[in-house]
Design a protein around this ligand. Structure first.
Ligand code: AMP
Length: 631
């Protein structure tokens, strides 16, 4: 058995040989002629000259050997449905969807925006897009009209696939009115909207634009739509994520590199085997849903569970009952979900036979020690933290137990994953920190491995400027996270270096929330910061200066105004972005040059020392925040 240290070393020193071997995990139509072309950094091209197709690798290639085996297991505790699609059935469904997209005018290279709840048709739509060489752009169903409109304008989709409604905790959440409003707000108007009618919420149709999926599916019941062979470097999708500025970035992913990276991760990190069952509790609107609900497990010939509902409804045993029923071998969730379960009856975990489970993988936010201990003890199965980002598409730090078993350390997502040359840098001087336990910015020396972002959609300059020019004097990819590495090569992640916050595993830009709050007629200025929270990891806290402070003169009036502002955020961005509190101050803490002192506000909210305040314009501003927090 190769040691992991040797495996990792080879992935960097013999990049070509290493990745050529991993590339054999997927099917190619035309073999590639060059493994890695890094002649124009940071625009690395992987598997140049090769042609392949993501949908072929996820679906078609398994039909002969495992056509009757489970491919997609859909469970909704919202609508009480459970539907299992075999690989052969999935193949048929994806072709029906692909035929519908083609009939509605979608062509190779076009974008298709997917705004859907967690239903099988969402996965069919994603696979149908990559089948025909169109790019999907999935927008999380919890986002509201303004968030959606900005993504429509950036992706300029030919078509949008949506549904009448989602459901959460038994409450129907209509999607169509939000979509109609978003299209109204956007400059770009999609030619067609394809609607999956679940019969949950009646909706109106725009003549000539909106099409129902059911009759189209019926029409194309026996459709045979061949996979479009595309260059390995052909973009497969864009996925929007938050950064420092208010405008979300479209992370653009390739085809061949992504398929290879996912297959390699299933084998070496996620301990999967073809024919087994994988269960990721994420949502298709996030990167985990792309990589580890849809593509990763399917590319590896596994069955994947798609779950619509809460982890505690009908009771806290629901996920574990699915593990038992479908003999799940690998499960992927987020610390927030574990913290929710922790508040419930721990006996729920003991009710089911979990012996099939090799490990529970957790990612998306820091895994605190009490949560890690509780779930490890309750499950009696290994817990494996892993750290990555929408941008990378698959783990940067993890334990690659498929290569060599390693002990985990509480609070650490593990070591650098194969293909990633992870380094730490001093943010001010750009010096590399090579010693143990030094805090620095976590960065990756290029080229990034296969599967990572190619660029920012239609904005190469932003890609270079944002990610590759942030550390003085260095051309390295920055993660925008602080971290340290111990003497054994284990990393510890210590939070973001930028204005991105992480609420219940959801990544949000504080600037986006500030922009939304500022649209309220009475808000002159606002600062939003992320504050530590025992359940959600972080919550957003807003401090606003009012144009007319009289409107918040009494506690009752302030509370009413706070409610109004929260409603604005709900309607524009979605409830995921709603701040926990909106407080009113007469002035915001700023430097003399007018820069908002967000970190000082955050420190005060968390009861920490705000640090050096010599540049503050008006010290009483921070005192106001202090008083509000204390009160
Ligand atoms: P996203 O792009 O939504 O996946 O968010 C990525 C960010 O989430 C990272 O930059 C980290 O700040 C945080 N994150 C993800 N996984 C972990 C982890 N295992 N431990 C600590 N932070 C994490």
């Amino acid at each position: 058995m190769t040691s992991y240290a040797e495996f990792h070393r080879r992935s960097l020193q013999d990049r070509e040989g290493f990745w050529a071997e991993q590339a054999a995990l997927i099917d190619w139509q035309q073999p590639f002629t060059q493994v890695c072309d890094n002649s124009r950094p940071p625009f690395t091209r992987w598997f140049v000259g090769g042609t392949t197709n993501l949908c072929h690798n996820a679906v078609d290639r398994h039909v002969a050997a495992r056509g009757a085996q489970n491919a997609l297991i859909f469970v909704s505790t919202e609508t009480n449905q459970e539907r299992v699609y075999s690989y052969a059935e999935l193949h048929a469904e994806v072709q029906r969807m692909a035929a519908a997209l083609l009939e509605l005018g979608v062509k190779k290279g076009d974008r298709v925006l997917v705004y859907m709840p967690m239903i099988p048709e969402a996965a069919f739509a994603m696979l149908a897009c990559t089948r025909i060489g169109a790019l999907h752009s999935v927008v999380f169903g919890g986002f509201a009209s303004v968030s959606l409109a900005s993504r429509i304008d950036d992706a300029e989709p030919t078509l949008i696939v949506s549904a009448d409604a989602g459901s959460r905790g038994g409450k129907v959440m209509p999607y169509k009115p939000l979509l109609d409003e978003a299209i109204q707000l956007s400059r770009h108007k999609p030619a067609k909207v394809l609607m999956v009618d679940r019969g949950l919420a009646p909706f109106t149709r725009v003549a000539g634009r909106d099409e129902d999926y059911a009759p189209l599916r019926e029409k194309h019941l026996h459709a045979q739509v061949p996979c479009e062979w595309v260059e390995a470097t052909h973009p497969s999708y864009t996925l929007y994520t938050s950064g420092t500025t208010g405008k979300p970035k479209g992370v653009q992913r390739d085809t061949g590199g992504y398929a290879v990276a996912l297959a390699a991760s299933m084998k070496h990190i996620f301990l999967g085997n073809p024919g087994e069952t994988y269960f990721s509790t994420s949502d298709i609107g996030w990167v985990v849903g792309h990589s580890y609900i849809v593509y990763g497990p399917l590319i590896y010939g596994m069955a994947t569970i798609m779950y619509e509902g809460l982890p505690i409804r009908p009771d806290a045993a629901i996920w574990w009952s699915l593990v038992e029923k479908y003999k799940v071998t690998s499960m992927f969730s987020a610390p927030t979900a574990v913290r929710v379960l922790k508040k419930q009856d721990p006996a729920a975990l003991k009710k089911h036979d979990l012996s099939s489970l090799r490990a529970l993988f957790l990612a998306g936010e820091p895994l605190d020690e009490p949560t890690a201990k509780w779930i490890a003890e309750s499950l009696g199965r290994p817990i494996i933290d892993n750290y990555w980002q929408t941008e990378t598409g698959w783990p940067i730090l993890a334990l690659c137990n498929g290569v060599e078993k390693a002990a985990s350390k509480f609070g650490s997502p593990g070591k650098a994953v194969f293909g990633y040359d992870v380094k730490l840098f001093d943010e001010n001087t750009g010096a590399e920190l090579t010693g143990a336990n030094q805090k620095g910015v976590v960065a990756i020396e290029g080229p990034l491995p296969p599967g990572c972002m190619q660029t920012v959609w239609r904005d190469d300059e932003r890609f270079v400027k944002t990610y590759w020019n942030s550390i003085p004097g260095r051309s390295v990819y920055t993660t925008f996270d602080w971290g340290i590495r111990d003497e054994d090569g284990y990393f510890f992640i210590l939070g973001r270096t930028d204005d991105v916050i992480n609420v219940a595993g959801h990544r949000l830009g504080t600037r986006e929330i500030e922009e939304s709050i500022s649209s309220h007629a009475n808000v002159a200025e606002v600062a939003v910061v992320g504050v530590a929270d025992p359940l959600k990891g972080q919550v957003a806290m807003a401090f606003a200066v009012l144009k007319d402070p009289g409107k918040a003169a009494t506690p009752e009036m302030a509370l009413k105004l706070e409610g109004e502002i929260m409603k604005v955020v709900d309607e524009q961005l979605g409830a995921v972005a709603r701040p926990a509190r909106v407080r009113f101050v007469s002035v915001l803490p700023k430097t003399r040059s007018g820069k908002l002192l967000r970190r000082a506000i955050q420190a005060v909210c968390e009861g920490r020392d705000p640090g050096d305040l010599t540049t503050i314009e008006d010290p009483s501003a921070l005192q106001q925040v202090k008083d509000l927090v204390a009160g």
